[in-house]
Ligand binder design. Sequence first.
Ligand code: GNR
Ligand code: NI
Length: 152
Amino acid sequence: MAIRNIRKAGDEVLIKKCREVTVIDDRVIQLLEDMKETMYEANGVGLAAPQVGILKRIAVIDVGDGPIELINPVIVETEGEQCGTEGCLSAPGKYGEVIRPEKVTVTATDRNGDNFKITGEGLLAVALCHEIDHLDGNLFLDKVIRFVEVEQ
Ligand code: GNR
Ligand code: NI
């Protein structure tokens, strides 16, 4: 396990489209482990592989109910709308309101190669959208409708 360096906005790796994972080998497993460790160390609720410089469709999320590992996640259904304040470990100190679906269903593959479906509402829906956006080279900064001052 290792903490990886989190890339910051301006790094071109963050605006590239990630490649699908075709083989879940030891490097992918190691990446998942390191991403979880890096996310927890940074007190994040999610982390996408491009944030640690890897252009693979891999993300991890933990909104307080334990870690979720996502390989090749795809949004297959959305419902409703919510507006909430977002931040990003790749844009420290920047916060802004973003409109997201209230509920999203995602299909993905787990580390054993099995496909699964996950439905999230509220923050989990936001995190799923935010991380999948990263995999397509999209940052929340470009979706902010109003930047917010947050006292830290
Ligand atoms: O840690 C994070 N918090 C967060 C808060 C509101 C909406 C989205 C997020 S994701 C962010 C971690 C991150 O940058 N993931 O890519
Ligand atoms: Ni982010």
